[in-house]
Each structure stands twice: as C-alpha cells, then as structure tokens.
Design a protein around this ligand. Structure first.
Ligand code: N01
Length: 535
C-alpha cells in the first residue's frame, strides 16, 4: 500500500476476536496493532469477573483451532470453564503467539474516520493520539457494552452498586452478611445468583421476566478426557463449522411430534442430564421452528422448575409462561433453581409494575421499600451494535455508522458496510447466533483471506456493495421471522434489539444457521469478493 499509513491494520479490541485477528494479519505479512481500553487482554473475559462467571459452552469447542501449539499445551480443568480460566487461556494464547508487542492496552478508540483522498483510517485515541491504517477492523465484541437501565433514582443508592460486566478488578467485593439485591436474570444473573446466595446474608432477586434455565451439569476434565479432546480438536472444529450453532453436535433426526409422548420425555430427560446446549440442540430438530414441538420443551422445563423449587408460589413465579423456550437465549444453570429453596433467598416479582424507584436505602416495588447494602445490575448489554455505535466510526461523506443504522441494520454478511471502505467487523451485527469462538475464527479467516486477495490483486478498497447489504438485510429478516426467536420481541430478547428502549426491533443476528452462513461467506470469497468491491 502506498498511503504511508502507520499500520496496514488497526484492530480494536484484545479479546478472542482481536487476538486471533492480529495473529492472522501477521501470517499474511500485514503490520497490525490492537488497541484496547482495558489494562489486560481478554475482552469480555477481562471485564466479566462477577462471581460465578463461566462459559455456557463446553471447553472442547470454546477455543481456537488455529494454533497447534496452543491446542496441545493448554489444559482445561472444567467442562464449563470459569472466567479466570478463559482469561488465562487468552493470556496464554497472547504470550505463546508473541502478540503483546503489537497490543496497546489502556488505549480507548474514540473516533475513526476514513480519509477518502489518502485512503486511510485516522483513528483517534483517548490520549489524543491519531494513528493511521489502511484497514480498520472491529473486534469490539457483541455482548460488551453494558446496559444500565434508566430506573428512577438509580444514582441515589447509598450502598455499593455494581454491573456484572464492570465488576471491580482491583479488590474482592465482600458480600458476607450483607443484604444484596440482584436485578436481571439473563445468563449473567442466573450465574451470579447461586454464588451470591452463599456469600450474602440475604439475597433479594428482582425478577421481571423469568427465564428457561437449562441444567448445565459441570464437572472436572481429567487427563484422559483432555488427551482425547486434543486428539479430536481438528475433527471437532470441522464439525462445528458444519453445525447451525457452530458446535460439534449431531443434528437430531426427528421433530418432537414424530415420536411418542414417552419417547419424547425420555429424550428430553437424557439431554437435560447431559446439560446445556445439548438440551437446546440435540433433542429435536424443530424446537426453534414449530410451536407445538416447542411447547413440549417449554412444558418439560416448567415441570423441572416445579419439581425443584419447594415453595409452589415461588416455582410458579419462576415458570416462564408468556413466551416460548428459545424466545430468549436460554442460560445454563448451576444450581440456579435450587437456590430458591434457601431461607436467605427471596424472589420479588416486578413483572407487572417494574421497579418503582431506587432510593438511598434500596429498591421500592409496589410501594414497599426493600432495604439493601449492595445492588447488583445483571442487566445485560446493548448487544451486537452497542460497541460499534459507542465509537464515532465515520465513513464516506461524513456518514457515522451509528446514524446509518438508526433506522435499521445494513451490513454485508455482518462483515462489512457500504460507505465504510476497508472496514471489517468480526462478529458484526447480522452474523450468526452461534457458539462464538468458532464464529470468530471463521470471521477472522474470511477477513484475512479478503485482505490477502486485495493485496495480491492490487485492490485498494474493499467495500460492500449497496445491493449486497440490502439482500443480506432481507435474508436476515426472512430467516429470523420464520423461527420461534421472533417471539423474543415479547421477552425483551437482546438478539432482536428488544432489551434496549428505542432500539429498532429487528434481528441483530442471523438465525439461518452458522453452517449456511459460513458457506455463503465461502461463496463470496470463491467469487472474487465481487460483493465487496462497491466503493
Ligand atoms: O443479559 P440479558 P445477560 N428492570 O439481556 C433485566 C451472554 N452471556 O448479561 O428480561 C428490571 O440476557 C432483564 O429483564 P427482562 C449470553 O449470550 C453469556 O444476562 O428484560 N429488569 C433481564 O432479566 C446472554 O444471553 C454468558 O424483563 C431489567 C436481564 O436484565 C447475553 O450475554 C454469561 C431491567 C438482562 O438479561 C446477555 O446476558 C453471561 C429493568 N429496567 C452472558 N432492564 C456465558 O455463557 C433489564 N432487566 C458465560
């Protein structure tokens, strides 16, 4: 490139995405730098240090395939690794691949603007420095921009308050003997509740929408299992690329209505015991598509809740009834429902009227003040787009990405955007709803191959065509609206943008299957990236 830029590529974010991107850029001889506001690598796994944080995916498909050294030298200790272990894995990856020399921590990107004449991105940091690069690549993460709901009086709370995704890094939070409140019961809330229940004096859980929490069944990984997994990594990663959710699972052959009631129950029970995504993905092939089949799964989980929770009134409150299983991303539970059998745990229903106000002393619901020492917000994220719209990303003719998307998402395969030359997103909006490390690796590989193609063919600008992103928006909408997930609108699901007031309600992820998506990306590459030569 003859634009005298400081770098070939600036990558924002030092999590799974940014680390993989840097390594792959180096492999094709590009000079790349990674910028991250945090003081350590890990991205999401750096920030989410709340008690109980762990993966909902099993260890054997929650990592990268690309480095044989890392695969062979890293040992996982639990089926669902806890946050410190995933962060340690990413630190190990960064060390082992010598990535640190091209990572600048404590460096927040505030603005990135494409200069048409020079064909470079000018990237301004919070230190007031401007760095330039031919390519700008976002690895900013999809569930990374915390959502703090606008509850009246929130700022007046006099006790300690924390968001799960901004848990203190520099000290232990001592909850012993304290009255603790938790607002939010997505995957974060469902993970923190059982752990905090054991630490706190009293735990008050404020529930707006109950969730379908699937048992996880966690246990240690012994040497034999780890050795077996190491052996099978290549095959597993290959299979994951062929699966709708990017996991190395078998697709079930039958729908839930194709078998007898007894057989259906047996299969649900077997996969419930296996745990987590096995229940969601390996029971029947139509749970996300067919109302009646879905109803059987929803009923099965409600039955489990009623069997587990001793107090019938609490059990009923915990049973989701006005939206189906998969209408929200189902969290994995680790003793979640059992927690409500503890004497120090109280479930407070805010479904009808919400939280009236937060005062200096606590949380008021239906006229009653619940006094608290500590208030925990497990209130999720401005998902998929939040990190991208928090930064001023300015494309051609001064168009800001946030403004372009104000009335609806437009991307080409979630990888690029018309009007934003040489800009790529790893896990951009409209990429698949899937197991993320596998999806990230596929995205990173695709971008790397595109940059190599551009270099080999003297192409100075890669930019989505307008037509291609119009077509992709239609496909994302078509695929999503044919699924049960469309009912996520009734459950404030983040994947449909419904958890953030004022955000357009539309599919922020592709529900047509990760496997189909990867194929489509391969086709675009095989066709010479024509859909990305629209500048
Ligand atoms: O966030 P969420 P999350 N008053 O948006 C409630 C991934 N993840 O951080 O449903 C009261 O799911 C809101 O209530 P409601 C995973 O993909 C993965 O838990 O809107 N409550 C909801 O209960 C997950 O899906 C892992 O009625 C309010 C909660 O806050 C995604 O991240 C671990 C409220 C938000 O749930 C997001 O999960 C953690 C208000 N004003 C997360 N506003 C692992 O796999 C919001 N809520 C490791």
């Amino acid at each position: 490139m003859k634009n005298n830029a400081d770098y070939d590529a600036i990558v924002i974010g030092a999590g799974f995405s940014g680390l993989a991107m840097l390594h792959h850029c180096r492999e094709i001889g590009l000079r790349a730098v990674v910028l991250d506001s945090a003081d350590g690598v890990g991205g999401t796994w750096h920030w989410n240090t709340y008690p109980g944080a762990r993966t909902d995916s099993e260890f054997y498909y929650y990592s990268f395939s690309f480095s044989e050294e890392v695969r062979n030298e890293w040992t996982w200790s639990e089926r669902y690794p806890a946050q410190p272990e995933v962060k340690a894995y990413l630190e190990f990856l960064a060390e082992r691949l010598d990535l640190h020399r091209d990572i600048r921590l404590r460096t927040r990107v505030e603005r990135a603007e494409h200069d048409e004449a020079r064909n470079v991105w000018d990237v301004t940091t919070d230190a007031g420095q401007t760095l330039t690069a031919t390519y700008l690549i976002s690895g900013m993460g999809v569930l990374a921009e915390p959502n703090l709901p606008d509850i009246p009086g929130a700022a007046s709370f006099a006790g300690e308050s924390y968001h799960t995704a901004r848990w203190p890094q520099d000290r232990e939070v001592d909850l012993s003997g304290k009255r603790v409140g938790v607002i939010g019961l997505g995957a974060s809330g469902v993970q923190i509740v059982p752990v905090v229940a054991e630490m706190a004096g009293e735990l008050l859980v404020f529930q707006r929408t109950p969730n379908y929490v699937v048992a996880s069944s966690n246990y240690e990984v012994d040497d034999e299992w780890m050795a077996q997994v190491r052996e099978n990594y290549p095959e597993n990663f290959k299979r994951a690329r062929e699966h709708i959710f990017a996991v190395p699972f078998e697709n079930p052959a039958h729908g839930a209505k194709d078998v007898s009631a007894a057989e259906r129950e047996r299969i649900f029970e077997e996969k419930w015991r296996e745990g987590g995504f096995h229940f969601m993905l390996e029971t029947f092939n139509d749970l996300a598509l067919d109302e009646e089949s879905n109803h059987y799964a929803s009923e099965f989980i409600r039955k489990k809740i009623r069997e587990t929770v001793h107090d019938p009134a609490t059990a009923e409150l915990l049973c989701p009834k006005d939206y189906p299983f998969n209408g929200k991303r189902p969290p994995g539970g680790h003793g979640y429902y059992e927690t409500y059998n503890r004497d120090n745990v109280h479930l407070i229903d805010i479904r009808e009227n919400g939280i009236e106000e937060i005062t200096a002393q606590g949380v008021r619901v239906d006229g009653r003040l619940h006094e608290l020492d500590v208030l925990i917000f497990a209130t999720g994220f401005d998902a998929m787009t939040g990190t991208l719209t928090a930064v001023d990303i300015v494309g051609r003719d001064g168009v800001v990405l946030r403004e372009k998307w104000a009335d609806g998402l437009k991307t080409n395969l979630g990888l690029g955007v018309h009007g934003f030359p040489n800009f790529f997103m790893i896990l951009g909006p409209q990429t698949p709803y899937a197991n993320l490390p596998v999806a990230i690796e596929a995205g990173v590989e695709w971008i790397t191959a595109a940059l190599k193609f551009a270099a080999d063919n003297g192409i100075e600008r890669l930019e989505s065509t307008k037509d291609a992103e119009e077509e992709w928006a239609e496909e994302v909408s078509r695929a999503g609206s044919s699924t049960i997930m469309a009912q996520g609108v009734n459950a404030n699901a983040w994947f449909i943008g419904a958890n953030i007031p004022g955000k357009p309600v539309e599919f922020n992820v592709y529900m047509g299957g990760a496997d189909a998506y990867f194929k489509r990306c391969d086709e675009v590459a095989a066709g010479g990236y024509r859909e990305f030569q629209g500048g």
